[in-house]
Design a protein around this ligand. Structure first.
Ligand code: AHG
Ligand code: MN
Ligand code: MN
Length: 333
């Protein structure tokens, strides 16, 4: 079968996966594919029904929840309700981990996910995403989450779905990064590109520039450097969609940097916005597998030990050149 005719399920079943049993990976990605198709279909029609706007509630982050945040979370819960080998779910939209089967034995996995990324874009027909991380649980485990609260280096697979003009699914299982496009006519994700290599340097950066005055002075100097227009390496374009998955996708394909710097707190420290376990660690695994880098400004995101399920970190992710420069300029002090 030529590359153009390769489905995601065929690809997963026949390619090497470095970090987990390929039959387990097939089972899990089949469920994620199901989630992606349901969400993609619903988003395309969301303005025709009563699906837009807020629920009136706030989530564990204290953020106002959109109806689509809640619904996409339920799609995940439905998809994994009865499916071995996944026994634990951790979501941006749930304060605690959900243990589907606390008694289960190895091999079993936890899926950590952001069911709808970029939800400020729901009501304006903007790009949205879903981000997921797969971790293997310890041999015999309880409903404790100590084995999940580990650095990103412990992830066995990670990926995201981008709902743009087309729907694409990007994943890595530790043996490179592959991208699939949803073919609505066939009802399947078809391989688009495999073994993605992120360009070593890019020409665009993505940041919420409106927060500029809240950034560490060194992060401000770094952004001023990128836009000082002395030569090619200081003449970046700004591209920001408000959806991490969409902005990261541009970096993955064309190089460049996504950053969400920490904001200064009264105690003189900086605080990140994006969540380590289900936004940053999975994207960092993809970036590294594609030859890029991901840092919290001081060191490798993949090595940061989470203190809790919803921990946040500053992020500088994308091409190696820009991430290394950010660290050299001590953007987070
Ligand atoms: P989410 O919709 O899952 O809460 O994520 C939003 C994230 C990320 O996708 C995006 O890049 C960033 O927050 C946008 O934040 P600002 O609105 O502060 O720019
Ligand atoms: Mn998000
Ligand atoms: Mn979200």
């Amino acid at each position: 079968m030529g590359i153009r005719g390769t489905t995601l399920s065929h690809h997963v079943a026949t390619r090497r996966s470095a970090r987990l049993d390929s039959s387990d990976l097939s089972l899990i990605l089949e469920r994620i594919e199901h989630v992606a198709k349901r969400i993609s279909g619903a988003l395309a029609h969301s303005s025709l029904g009563d699906d837009l706007g807020y629920t009136g509630e706030t989530n564990v982050q204290g953020e106002q929840t959109k109806k689509l945040d809640r619904w996409t979370n339920e799609v995940f819960l439905d998809a994994f309700a009865h499916h071995h080998p996944v026994c634990s779910l951790v979501s941006e939209e749930m304060e605690e981990a959900l243990h589907l089967n606390p008694e289960c034995r190895a091999p079993s996995y936890a899926i950590l996910f952001d069911p709808l990324d970029g939800s400020s874009n729901t009501d304006v027909n903007g790009s949205l995403g879903t981000i997921f991380s797969i971790r293997k649980r310890t041999g015999v485990h309880s409903s404790e989450v100590a084995d999940i609260l580990q650095p990103g280096t412990e992830q066995v697979a990670a990926g995201y779905i981008l709902y743009g003009p087309g729907t694409q699914l990007v994943y890595t299982a530790g043996a490179g990064v592959d991208i699939f496009t949803l073919d609505h006519r066939r009802g399947a994700f078809m391989l688009w590109r495999e073994g993605i290599k992120m360009p070593p340097r890019g020409a665009a950066y993505a940041v919420n520039q409106g927060n500029f005055v809240k950034f560490h002075p060194n992060a401000r100097k770094f952004i001023e450097h990128l836009t000082s227009r002395k030569d090619k390496t200081t003449s970046y374009a700004l591209r920001y969609t408000g959806a991490f998955a969409a902005d990261f996708h541009r970096c993955l394909l064309e190089g460049g940097l996504y950053l969400y710097p920490g904001e200064a707190t009264p105690a003189g420290q900086t605080k990140g916005k994006l969540r380590l376990l289900y936004e940053l660690a999975p994207m960092a695994m993809i970036a590294e597998q594609a030859g890029g880098k991901a840092s919290n400004g001081k060191g490798r995101i993949m090595e940061v030990l989470p203190g809790s399920l919803h921990d946040r970190q500053p992020i500088y992710i994308g091409s190696a050149a820009e991430v290394e420069l950010a660290e050299q300029m001590k953007v987070e002090g």
